[in-house]
Design a protein around this ligand. Structure first.
Ligand SMILES: Nc1ncnc2c1ncn2[C@@H]1O[C@H](COP(=O)(O)OP(=O)(O)OP(=O)(O)O)[C@@H](O)[C@H]1O
Length: 621
């Protein structure tokens, strides 16, 4: 009772939101409705003709009326042909409307997802989002092409058939209609079960694609192999796969049960009609053979639509459930949006001052603050280093500057303007972000670099590649700049990927650079190339670097030691060493008192340029 009460209004409100999706196609929908009404009504012509054939042409006194018979037979042959042709047109129109609505919905969902903050994506499985975009929106199309048109067609068929039946014989009509309530009740029960299973199947499908997406990506495979977890992943997959297979079987069988009910009713009622016709004849009511034949022919048109209608109502419900899943995403209100009075950052060449003032930050659904009163600043052209233990909050600070998250307290400003008052496009233009993981699209090298500034010419792309010390390497590939890279493309080394990413940011040419120096992805040989490229990139830009290289740290105008969400110490390398505090111990531990420049995967790069081999260390956190 309670669940029914809940499902009703929810479905109704979903339906209320679905209807407007069709508004742009009003004229087409009207045409489709007209065509459906036409084809569904034409169907009663032939059974009525059968009655005429029997009573007026075949079995008449003095032998068959051949002239009339030929006319009737020709009409009977032409009607299905005409109906078929209209049916084709109707299917075409319905499919077009369905596809257009689906296209609009997908566009809207994709555009909406693009406006959602990073937090939404860190909190949702990628496979799940893709499944809603691909499977759910796809499933919705059936609402239009199959479900909606089927409902209308079957209602029209049912009503027109009942009307025709009454015209032929009202007594037999009562017999035919008497079983309808039982039929409704049975199929409704089957429908409820079917809906539940359909929802579980959809969830299982999403879980499967999330699982394969996670575990069969390059990083996922790497992780599974490194930890020897392939067997565990395989078991997880097998279990979910088994669940899916079971659900599919159940769904199929529920459908079969439904079909069996329709079939039984289809065969039982004609028999009852014959019986009642016999009784009527015995009691002196005249019923011709043509009437009985026409009636039983009409009857197939009566039960089939009821069956279809009930089945479709089940489908409609599961389709509405799909709509619910889509609307659920569309209802996520992006909390990081342009303020109504947002401004563009002034385009001054000397600008780029970044200031964090008493910043507090808490991740969604995390009980405690990750940043607790962080204040720091980077003046135009300065290099500001963030150092500190893992989990201290350095990456979090770097996310707040381009507004990937909003502060929960305090403020972040650029050139004196609070970032919440800056138009996001202007913010993105002013800030360049180099992360540890250089993400490359499955596309050519040229396209990947050009992503930094889509309007850039090939010459400008090449210039950026040269400045990032990657041009010569690109030219070694057989296809040069047209080489396909990324997930399924040419495999690049960590250092090469980083330099491509640096070229991309160089082309973007931001005033402010946020740099998360890679910790372990690079081998000792690429490290120097990357360092040179980074030096070019930093140039005279304001740079905030999460620094792991001693050279970056020593060179920094200001070093901020971040610890437990606070700035624990702040100053230059020399002044901080003199304080003999946290920085001094970090310098001793991580950089071996200045002897280690940079810790790579294969060993340590020493400040004198030599390499010191090292046992692999366990990954932090
Ligand atoms: N999306 C998130 N949701 C919830 N908590 C998060 C999220 N991202 C990071 N955290 C938590 O916030 C804290 C700070 O993380 P952050 O990544 O900023 O540290 P970090 O100093 O950059 O560390 P590292 O040097 O290891 O990258 C950590 O405790 C981390 O677990």
């Amino acid at each position: 009772m309670k669940s029914n009460a809940g499902a009703g209004p929810e479905n109704r409100s979903t339906a209320r939101r679905v209807v407007p999706l069709f508004r742009p196609y009003r004229a087409r929908v009207a045409a489709v409705v007209g065509l459906i009404v036409l084809t569904s009504t034409i169907g009663i012509i032939n059974p009525l003709l059968i009655q005429a054939v029997f009573n007026k042409a075949l079995f008449v006194h003095g032998g068959p009326n051949l002239r009339l018979l030929v006319i009737l037979v020709v009409i009977m042959a032409v009607v299905p042909v005409v109906n078929g042709a209209i049916g084709i047109l109707q299917t075409y129109e319905t499919t077009r409307v369905g596809q257009h609505v689906m296209r609009d919905l997908r566009d809207r969902l994709y555009a909406h997802l693009q406006t959602l903050p990073l937090a939404f994506f860190t909190g949702t499985k990628t496979g799940e989002i893709q499944s809603r975009l691909a499977n759910d929106v796809g499933g919705v199309q059936s609402v239009v092409t199959t479900t909606a048109s089927s409902i209308l067609a079957n209602v029209v068929i049912f009503v027109s058939t009942v009307v025709a039946m009454v015209i032929i014989s009202w007594q037999l009509t009562i017999v035919a209609l008497i079983t309808v309530p039982a039929f409704f009740w049975l199929t409704k029960a089957v429908g409820e079960r079917r809906r539940r299973v359909a929802r579980s199947t959809q969830e299982s499908l999403a879980a499967m694609s999330a699982l394969s997406e996670e575990t069969l990506s390059v990083s996922g495979v790497l992780l599974a192999k490194a930890f020897g977890n392939q067997a565990r992943d395989t078991t997880r997959y097998r279990e979910e796969n088994q669940r899916l297979a079971d659900l599919e079987v159940r769904q199929q069988m529920i459908g079969q049960g439904f079909y069996a009910i329709v079939q039984s009713f289809l065969s039982i009622t004609p028999a009852a009609v014959y019986l009642v016709a016999g009784l009527l004849l015995a009691h002196g009511t005249s019923i011709s053979a043509g009437t009985v034949v026409a009636f039983t022919t009409l009857q197939t048109r009566l039960y089939f639509p009821i069956g279809q209608l009930l089945q479709v109502s089940v489908e409609l419900r599961s389709s509405l459930a799909l709509f619910d899943r889509i609307f659920e995403y569309l209802d996520v209100v992006p909390d990081i949006v342009d303020a109504p009075d947002a401004v563009d950052l002034p385009a001054t060449a000397s600008g780029g001052r970044v200031a964090l003032h008493d910043v507090y930050f808490r991740y969604p659904d995390v009980p405690q603050d990750t940043l607790r009163g962080v204040s720091l600043r980077a003046d135009p052209g300065q290099l500001v280093a963030l150092v500190g233990p893992s989990g201290a909050g350095k990456t979090t600070i770097s996310y707040l500057i381009p507004r990937l998250y909003d502060v929960t307290g305090g403020s972040v400003s650029i050139d004196g303007v609070d970032v919440r008052q800056v138009r996001q496009a202007s913010l993105a233009a002013a800030i360049g972000f180099v992360t540890q993981e250089s993400y490359l699209f499955h596309d050519s090298i040229l396209a990947n670099i050009r992503y930094g500034r889509p309007a850039a010419t090939s010459a400008e792309v090449e210039e950026a590649a040269r400045a990032a010390y990657i041009h010569d390497r690109i030219m070694e590939f057989p296809d040069g700049y047209d080489t396909i890279v990324g997930e399924r493309g040419y495999r690049l080394s960590g250092g090469e990927k980083q330099r491509l990413a640096i070229a991309r940011v160089l082309l973007h040419d931001p005033r402010i650079l946020i740099l998360d120096e890679a910790t372990s992805a690079l081998d000792t040989a690429s490290e120097r190339e990357v360092q040179k490229a980074l030096d070019t990139l930093m140039g005279s830009r304001t740079t905030i670097a999460i620094a792991h290289r001693l050279s970056t740290i020593v060179k920094a105008d200001v070093i901020n030691v971040i610890d437990a969400g606070r700035v624990a110490e702040s100053g230059t390398h020399d002044s901080l060493l003199r304080q003999r505090g946290r920085y001094a111990s970090l310098y001793e531990e991580q950089f071996d008192g200045g002897r280690v420049q940079w810790r790579c995967a294969g060993g340590d790069v020493m400040t004198d340029g030599t390499i010191r081999q090292r046992q692999p260390q366990p990954q932090p956190g």
